[in-house]
Design a protein around this ligand. Sequence first.
Ligand code: ADP
Ligand code: MG
Length: 349
Amino acid sequence: MKAITLKNVKKEYPGCSVPAVDNLSLEVAEGEILTLLGPSGCGKTTTLRLIAGFERPDQGSIALAGRIVTGPGRWIPPEKRKVGMVFQDYALLPHLTVGENIALGLKKETRGRKVMEMTALVNLQGLENRYPHELSGGQQQRVALARALAHNPVVVLLDEPFSNLDTDLRNYMRREVAKIIKAAGTTAVFVTHDLKDALAVSDRVAVIKDGRLEQVGSPVDIYRHPETEFVATFVGKSTILDGVIGPDGLSVKTAIGTIPCAHTHNHRPGRQVKVSIRPDSFELDPAGDIWGTIKETIYGGNEIEAVLEARTTNGPVDLQVHIHPEEYIREGTELRFHVLPEFVAVIDL
Ligand code: ADP
Ligand code: MG
């Protein structure tokens, strides 16, 4: 049984010309962490609110643990859906202690035991009597998570949970929150516009654009095998070129030459496609066929991100490349590359 099933869900706000969520179908397995990833305004928060029952869809249905909670002629109110919510600003009550915040809404008989269990789960033992303002951002987030998990929800929804944390804490809390959710065995849907958040915490990532699902897959899948130009460029950097599938079916002819690719999805030779080449696929090679001049560089410590202006028979083409930081390069340096097939993806037109 699936923990969450969305079928053709549509939501249009009054006065908006385009739907916030447009014919979205998605399944989340029990115990899975799924992230909705997309730019600001693409409908992520609205999708969470539809699942929680804070909004009604105009069309489609939503089922939680096999029970339809919204659909034609059916409506289960939010408080009866067994959904836990962690808000971006945590929404802790400032005049209540950690223990009291976690205990909110719990039955008297189970309260003491549950608070103990939850503070242990989120590693906040001994801080039960502190007030939210006496906690760090990461600790406040654990309280919010403990409060959501205390009700044994079918699913916990987290809206941009890491956006208020600075970089160090953010890296740490990504691991912590994912670990806690896995330990609790709960299904979770995260929302983020941050690629690193999505790749780090998720079993699967659903990439959303303009309220529509672009692609859903494991982090490795969506990075290595983007199926649309949007996914290729939103989920990391990529060079997109026009191409034609080669006679062997395992290469693509482009302006910068014939590019090898591991997966062409059984495309027929001669078919017109686009090809996405991750910067990781360009390897420096003094004998490489691809040559040009470095146009821009960003030094990143463990790698140099650069734009190579490649010379081709059709004129210059800009390529996004990564270069090992020990190389001494600057704007104007002339370099040659070849392409490794691992991070090349064929995109249907
Ligand atoms: P995200 O969380 O991905 O940034 P939202 O779901 O918040 O996106 O918003 C999707 C679209 O719906 C946006 O264009 C936004 O302006 C619009 N929207 C969101 N909430 C409302 C609302 N309550 N009333 C009208 N329009 C809204
Ligand atoms: Mg949002």
